[in-house]
Design a protein around this ligand. Structure first.
Ligand code: PLP
Length: 467
């Protein structure tokens, strides 16, 4: 979701509605052609509850890079998380929400000078480093900064390893860097690490926390008294995943190595908070059958309206494995070996290489869950194919939590389940007016004393307003 996307909207769900019914309503309306997301705010709220239950000592600083949609940031700001920002632009996004600079860590160990100056100007004082030049830059541009040394400790198995780019060796590099910081009279306040995004080796957190403790101890020999441990990201976030094992390892390592509650422990979870909150629906606009020479087998190639240059960039950059689910499956459908391709003219634009799918037609929809992490912020409109828009959904109780926080006014409301602006530029064969009447909508403008009567309210433009 782009901040100034005037088509962003919020669906308030009653007990009979959920993400799949919203997708079905929109897809079956006959007036939606482009791919679209549904983002479930309740899923983000439930993740936060899970975090607090499993990791009570660790304050989450959400990694903005993972998904910088305004709705996500607003909800997390309201829930009280901190934020991990990597740039001036991300810092601005967070401070514009009214979040205190104390709740931000500038967690990029190699920062352009102008971004360091910006951090100084805005009071974002906590920032990471892993090299000498960063210390010299900080000394001249922001001498009062509170620095956090990032050490390297890699999981043996991670979806996206990070150690080859960031993190100094805790034994051979960290002591030298800390001595230089001391000489430059720079305040170092703690240690951070990132074991790799999509960590598949929970035990690495024990090794990393033990290493961090050694660096804390070395700091004491130089007269430092570190107060911050930042355990980075790496937590899974798909439907059905769990952080219980990682949390068990972390909690036990914290007890062993950092029993003193005076040490503040933070983390920088990204995908944990947003992966399962976003579900993407794509429609089939073309297909092609490839018949074997002996005419005994058929492979079907489906072409859909989002691909690796759009949302599915996560396949290339985030090494994601995406799972297609037909929105509707006709009873008795024949299944074929199938591949799914994006809409651009590039041969690289393949979403799924080979999967058994029921026979589908042009106009049918395919749904992909777990599409909230490292998708939208990276997507491009290459070849003129638009980036999928986001419909934000929230159950009524969740919406009640946030309606006073999200900056919505009556002007941002539109009537109807499907916004008129979705109908532009479409090749629609059905009678639109009958479709709109058919949709299950009774609207009430949510003044503070109003009651939400039916399952959908829509808001358009609040992102634009807030930009
Ligand atoms: C510095 C930093 N912190 C946090 C994250 C978020 O990691 P994850 O999404 O695995 O939680 C990243 C991801 O690349 C990162 O580079």
């Amino acid at each position: 979701m782009r901040i100034n996307n005037s088509n962003d909207r919020v669906h308030v769900l009653d007990a009979h509605a959920n993400v799949w019914t919203v997708i079905t309503d929109i897809a079956d309306s006959g007036v939606q052609e482009e791919a679209f997301y549904v983002c479930d705010l309740g899923d983000i709220v439930r993740k936060h509850e899970t975090w607090k239950a499993f990791l009570p000592r660790v304050q989450p600083y959400y990694a903005v890079k993972c998904n910088d949609s305004l709705a996500v940031l607003e909800v997390l700001a309201a829930l009280g998380t901190g934020f991990d920002c990597a740039s001036k632009g991300e810092i601005n996004k967070i401070l514009d929400l009214g979040v205190s600079p104390n709740r931000v860590i500038f967690a990029n160990p190699a920062k352009p000078s102008s971004h360091i100056r910006h951090a100084a100007a805005t009071g974002v004082s906590t920032m990471t480093f892993d090299n000498e030049t960063e210390l010299h830059k900080v000394k001249s541009l922001y001498p009062d900064a509170k620095m956090v040394i990032r050490i390297r400790c890699d999981a043996t198995d991670a979806q996206c390893p990070l150690g080859m780019k960031f993190g100094c060796d805790p034994i051979s590099d960290a002591p030298r860097l800390l001595r230089l910081a001391r000489t430059l009279d720079i305040d170092v306040v703690g240690v951070s690490f990132h074991v790799g995004s999509g960590c598949r080796e929970p035990l690495v957190f024990n090794r990393a926390i033990a290493s961090a403790k050694d660096v804390f101890d070395y700091g004491i020999t130089l007269g430092y008294n570190f107060e911050l441990l930042d355990i980075g990201g790496g937590f899974p976030g798909d439907h059905g995943s769990s952080i219980s094992e990682i949390a068990r390892v972390i909690n036990s390592a914290l007890e062993d190595y950092f029993p003193d509650a005076a040490v503040q422990v933070i983390a920088e979870p990204g995908r944990f908070y947003v992966s399962s909150a976003y579900t993407l629906a794509c429609s089939i606009h073309s297909f092609r059958d490839v018949i074997s020479n002996d005419e005994t087998t058929k492979h079907r190639m489906y072409y859909i309206n989002d691909g690796v240059y759009g949302s599915f960039n996560c396949i290339l950059y985030d090494h994601q494995h995406v799972v297609p689910q037909p929105l509707h499956e006709l009873a008795g459908s024949k299944y074929y070996s199938s591949s799914i391709w994006g809409p651009t003219c590039d041969g690289l634009d393949q979403v799924v290489e080979d999967v058994l799918l029921p026979e589908m037609r042009i106009g049918d929809w395919i749904v992909f869950e777990n599409m909230g992490a490292y998708t939208l912020p990276v997507a491009s409109a290459f070849n003129g194919f638009p980036i999928a828009q986001v419909h934000v959904a929230a159950e009524e109780n969740i919406w009640d939590l946030f309606k006073d926080i999200l900056p919505l006014t009556e002007e941002h409301l539109i009537m109807g389940n499907v916004s008129p602006n979705l109908k532009m530029d479409l090749d629609i064969s059905r009678d639109e007016s009958s479709i709109i009447q058919h949709l299950p909508i009774r609207m009430q403008v949510p003044k503070s004393d109003s009651i939400v009567e039916e399952h959908v309210l829509e808001y358009v433009g609040y992102m634009q307003e807030n930009n």
